[in-house]
Design a protein around this ligand. Structure first.
Ligand code: PSU
Ligand code: MN
Length: 306
């Protein structure tokens, strides 16, 4: 792996010393947020992780290598460039062979984090079962990745554009634990409550860390989803969001958007239709998730099993 996986020096040192590290993804930077908010948010997430006493490792593919821990300059160049490939598990070898710059999805970021030895990862909302998946079969590769890769993902649930009841059903089928972080409800990304109850919750970083330890001690190789609702002050109401989502889905259908382009198209449409409101909420929840992930990473590393 050495010639393929590059781990930033401070990240490697922290991992060797059993100190907390938080992985961050790069599809949200390249495809989930517009410029210049993408770089500002990536930096704010890294700063939140550091403030909590952990080391951030933003993961991407640069010039044919998997990089765990972009430097400040690499991050700026990445956020500024257009035409970056969206890379999931299936695309990794092709991206390396073609020496492209690649943005890693939740699925690819989890996989690379695990190879690097990082156990905690923060994102906005995971991918899931798309609405109408009974016809399109569009189910994010994030779900099967969660089933096979032992990394804890801190997120505000799954993205609101998805079919959330079916997303939860698939996670259950795949044996992926889904816990509310200080909530009994599955959040809906921009909204604190999807209306779907969660079976379990944790209330402290120490409890989350204990879960991780037990789950992996049992030899269960799946990921764990910790659902951290968006901060109340920036959460949006169901009625307004549902209206924007309906418009976004209609527009995507009319424009015949398919495959990897679907999620970026919908997020961009929502940001515009809402006059920037969904963008502000997306940014707030990303930074909040980074902070909570760092707290969990710290608690997990203090257990000494990292
Ligand atoms: N969270 C966000 N914004 C995003 C994503 C997550 O706040 O853009 C990205 C993640 O990289 C996730 C991807 O893996 O969206 C899902 O894409 P798809 O539905 O094509 O699997
Ligand atoms: Mn898809």
């Amino acid at each position: 792996m050495d010639n393929v996986l590059v781990i930033r020096e401070d990240v490697a040192l922290a991992l060797q010393a059993g100190q907390p590290v938080v992985a961050l993804e790069s599809t949200v930077i390249a495809h989930g947020l517009p410029r210049p908010q993408n770089l500002q948010t990536a930096r704010a997430m890294e700063a939140a992780v550091r403030e909590e006493g952990a080391i951030p490792a933003t993961i991407a593919i640069l010039d044919g290598r998997l990089v765990a821990g972009l430097s400040s300059e690499q991050l700026a160049a990445f956020a500024a460039s257009g035409g970056i490939a969206k890379v999931s598990r299936a695309d990794l070898a092709a991206a390396l062979a073609a020496r492209v710059t690649g943005a890693t999805t939740v699925a690819a970021t989890m996989l690379i984090a695990e190879r690097a030895g990082i156990r905690v990862f923060a994102t906005g909302g995971i991918g899931g079962v798309h609405r109408g998946a009974e016809r399109s079969f569009d189910i994010s590769a994030d779900l099967p990745e969660l089933a096979r890769t032992p990394v804890a993902v801190v997120c505000a649930g799954a993205k609101a554009i998805l079919d959330l009841p079916r997303t939860l059903e698939v996670l259950e089928t795949l044996g992926v634990p889904v816990a509310g972080y200080r909530t009994n409800k599955f959040p809906a990304f921009y909204m604190e409550d999807s209306g779907l109850p969660l079976q379990s919750r944790v209330d402290t970083p120490a409890e989350a860390a204990r879960w991780m330890q037990l789950h992996w001690q049992l030899g269960l190789m799946s990921g764990i989803v910790f659902c951290n609702p968006p901060p109340s002050a920036s959460a949006l109401g169901k009625q307004e969001v549902d209206g924007w989502i309906a418009q976004a889905l209609q527009s995507a259908a009319a424009a015949e958007i398919r495959g990897k382009a679907v999620t970026p198209y919908l997020l961009d449409y929502l940001a515009k239709a809402s006059g920037g409101k969904t963008l502000q909420t997306n940014i707030a929840l990303l930074v909040h998730n980074a902070r909570v992930a760092a707290q969990i990473a710290k608690a997990y590393s203090s257990l000494g099993s990292a």
